[in-house]
Design a protein. Structure first.
Length: 726
């Protein structure tokens, strides 16, 4: 039996089952073996129904039957009753004075019952047990592995993620069957033994046995650690390979003098923060070395001034000459920069900022979005930009006359060709990867430098994993004079006070955002109709009940770009006082006069996300306020939210999220492409660093991985593009 064998060749599976298995991603023997339990349940406290004695506090697992209600014959009090059966015996259950219970549960249901054994010998019953419905029963503790393990310590049974038609129980039994049939015999461990030894991780066969049928908790844990390491290791190998490919390609050298740069930066209406200065230095170092294309991630809170870093480094590029061509032919023009933003609004905003930064220089700037093209300066009025045709702009980009092109995704269409694209800047585009960079470079043999900017604070371990091919620079300092946001947690019944405060701010001439509760949806990056409805309804309610004297407008993802642009424009011009929006719309839009933000349903967000949302109001010189509104009465929720008021920056909050929220809720495991176990692994910096070190080492020392480590190469290939950030 080989891991690549179809499961159906060894296990009887009907068509419906097969389809269900496919949904879980299980087609081969290997797939099933690697389908790990989501968790374990300890059944050491579980008794078998047949062995119960009077007076015992019992926990049993079984199937319900014969549910009904009746009146006690003497007292006429209502009694709900039924039976529980677990394979060893069947026992009566009685609930006194709770007749509705019989209606809440149905015959055939699997349950966990906890209650006291009462009655008399031969007529025992379980009295008033608590009921917990289950998707399936734990493995029959009377057969297979737990038989004969008395004294082995814990009794754990695995619980797998199920799908319609495939129970946890079926998965467990099938895995055991495969073990019996010798599925482990032909298994080869992809991870080299030295690595496993070094980190004291179990070899594959042991790990599989331990993970699927552990005899003690520590075995299961050791096995899970190994699989977590393995998952992160493959990702790191992939990232190391990407890095090696980038290193091998030729790039542009960009040399600048400090005086040249100062001439540009001293015109800024502010002094650069030390963090901005440092980031610019690191980028220029990569440019100057020119040995291989830079791949850098610039992480900085909203308002930390990433645009100035982008502009300064773009300036260095746009004032540099292209390299000598063939036969030492001198090339004219300058190196080029492409700056890509996720939305039209942001692309336009960057275009305007760049005009501010560059207007005194003979450097043209182009803007390309889905709704048209612009160029600065205009021929007729050199202080202003002008609309131009796409064909004209593309011609100028192609012949190198426009050194800086800003835009949305329209930038990477086939029709856009650069003469000497040396630098690509990406704003808030997590999904921009190596392939897109190559696409942009097109016929050009040289690979452009890449700067990816993000305000999404993610924990270091996650960054090291999903951005493993990038160097990371933190912009962890806010410009001087920024007033930190005053954050208040608003509990049930406290909204009047909040509205009074916001009203006084509006009276003083400020504006406000109201972020509507997120209604959970399958893909958190996309908006659904429910969210749109909640935004519209909340805008109406606020106008009607709370802020009658002010202009309130909704903004949501289901609006057209033109509609959104119009609303944003009017908000920026203060023709709108309150913008009522969903959380996914236009992060990063700059309206300095908007200094209040109300976030409804705050408990539904991660702290890092809340932090990012409130970053929208840290723009001006007025004191900004954030109100995190929660209907939750739980202390835990409020404690978690309180961290917002004390944390120094987004990264601290991201770490907080990682430790205190279920990993599955974080950053959408699906989006990052990590499994639940992989997300679990992200909590462990040592493990991530170990996987990274070993992956780097193996890729560097074995450039031809396919030959030296075919199993690893195969696993990495199977990772596909999931984590490719595109
Ligand atoms: P983000 O990092 O969110 O992209 P921006 O680049 O949009 O931030 O900068 C936010 C605001 O801060 C802009 O108005 C910008 O002009 C201003 N700014 C940037 N750097 C500094 C600085 N060092 N001192 C003061 N203000 C700054
Ligand atoms: Mg920005």
């Amino acid at each position: 039996m080989q891991p690549i064998d179809q499961l159906t060749n060894h296990v009887r599976v009907d068509a419906a089952h097969q389809k269900a298995l496919k949904r879980l991603g299980i087609e081969t023997i290997g797939d099933l073996l690697y389908y790990l339990p989501a968790r374990y349940e300890d059944i050491s406290e579980v008794q078998s129904v047949g062995g119960l004695e009077k007076g015992q506090e019992a926990v049993v697992y079984g199937q319900l039957s014969g549910l009904k209600t009746r009146k006690a014959w003497k007292s006429r009090k209502p009694i709900a009753e039924g039976y529980v059966e677990d394979g060893s015996a069947k026992m009566k259950i009685m609930w006194f004075n709770q007749p509705y219970l019989a209606k809440m549960y149905t015959d055939g249901m699997y349950v966990k019952l906890a209650g006291k054994v009462a009655g008399s010998e031969g007529k025992l019953y379980l009295s008033n047990p608590e009921v917990e419905p289950l998707d399936s029963l734990p493995i029959d503790r009377h057969d297979s592995i737990f038989a004969g393990t008395e004294g082995a310590g814990d009794t754990l049974y695995p619980v797998y993620r199920e799908t319609k038609g495939i129970t946890s129980r079926w998965l467990y039994h099938t895995v055991l069957k495969l073990f019996e049939k010798g599925a482990l015999e032909d298994l080869r461990d992809p991870i080299p033994e030295e690595i496993l030894k070094k980190y004291k991780l179990p070899v594959l066969k042991t790990a599989l046995v331990w993970v699927h049928s552990p005899k003690k908790a520590s075995d299961a844990e050791a096995a899970r650690k190994r699989f977590a390491f393995e998952e992160v290791f493959y990702i790191q190998v992939q990232k190391a390979q990407e890095r090696a490919a980038v290193s091998a390609a030729e790039t542009y050298t960009v040399k600048t003098s400090p005086e040249h740069l100062t001439a540009f930066t001293e015109r800024f209406p502010f002094a650069l923060t030390a963090a901005q200065d440092e980031s610019i230095k690191s980028i220029l170092q990569d440019f100057a070395a020119g040995t291989h294309a830079m791949s850098r991630l610039l992480e900085g809170d909203v308002g930390s001034g990433k645009t100035a870093v982008a502009a300064t480094t773009a300036y260095a590029v746009a004032t540099s000459r292209p390299p000598e061509g063939l036969n030492k032919k001198i090339e004219f023009g300058a190196l080029q920069v492409a700056y890509m933003a996720p939305t039209e609004i942001l692309a336009k905003q960057h275009f305007e900022s760049f005009i501010e930064y560059f207007h005194h220089l003979p450097i043209s700037i182009g803007l390309i979005t889905g709704s048209g093209c612009m160029k600065f300066p205009s021929k007729t009025d050199p202080t202003k930009p002008t609309k131009i045709s796409k064909a004209q702009l593309l011609k100028w980009v192609q012949n190198g006359e426009v050194p800086i092109l800003i835009g949305t995704h329209a930038l990477i269409y086939k029709s856009v060709e650069f003469k000497h694209l040396a630098y690509v800047i990406i704003d808030e585009q997590h999904r921009f990867g190596t392939n897109q960079r190559k696409k942009l470079a097109k016929k050009d043999a040289r690979l452009p430098h890449l700067l990816s900017m993000t305000a999404t604070p993610i924990p270091r371990t996650l960054a090291l994993t999903i951005y493993g091919d990038l160097d990371i620079t933190l912009l962890d300092q806010m410009p001087a004079g920024r007033k930190p946001v005053k954050t208040t947690i608003v509990g049930p019944g406290q909204s009047e006070e909040m509205y009074d405060h916001v009203r006084s701010e509006l009276e003083a001439g400020r504006q406000a955002y109201v972020i509507c509760p997120r209604i959970d949806e399958p893909d958190p990056t996309k908006e659904n109709a429910l969210n749109m409805k909640s935004v519209i309804a909340e805008a109406k309610r606020l106008k009607h009940d709370v802020f009658q004297d002010y202009v309130i407008e909704p903004l949501h993802g289901k609006m057209t770009t033109a509609e959104k642009d119009d609303v944003m424009k009017r908000f920026a011009e203060h023709k709108i006082d309150i913008l009522c929006a969903t959380s996914v719309v236009e992060v990063g839009v700059n309206v300095p006069n908007a200094t209040n933000i109300i976030i409804e349903g705050a408990e539904r967000f991660g702290l890092a996300q809340l932090h990012q949302l409130r970053g929208r109001v840290v723009r001006g010189t007025h004191q900004p306020y954030c109100f995190a509104v929660t209907e939750s009465k739980s202390d835990k929720t409020r404690d978690r939210l309180k961290a917002l008021a004390t944390a120094k920056n987004g990264f601290e909050l991201a770490e907080h999220d990682l430790q205190f929220r279920g990993s599955g809720e974080l950053y959408g495991g699906k989006q990052s492409g990590l499994s639940d176990l992989g997300m679990e692994a992200i909590r462990n910096l040592k493990l991530v660093e170990a996987a990274r070190t070993e992956a780097k080492h193996i890729v560097e020392s074995h450039p031809d991985l396919t030959k030296s480590f075919p199993l690893i190469a195969e696993k990495v290939a199977r990772l596909g593009e999931v984590l490719h950030m595109e």
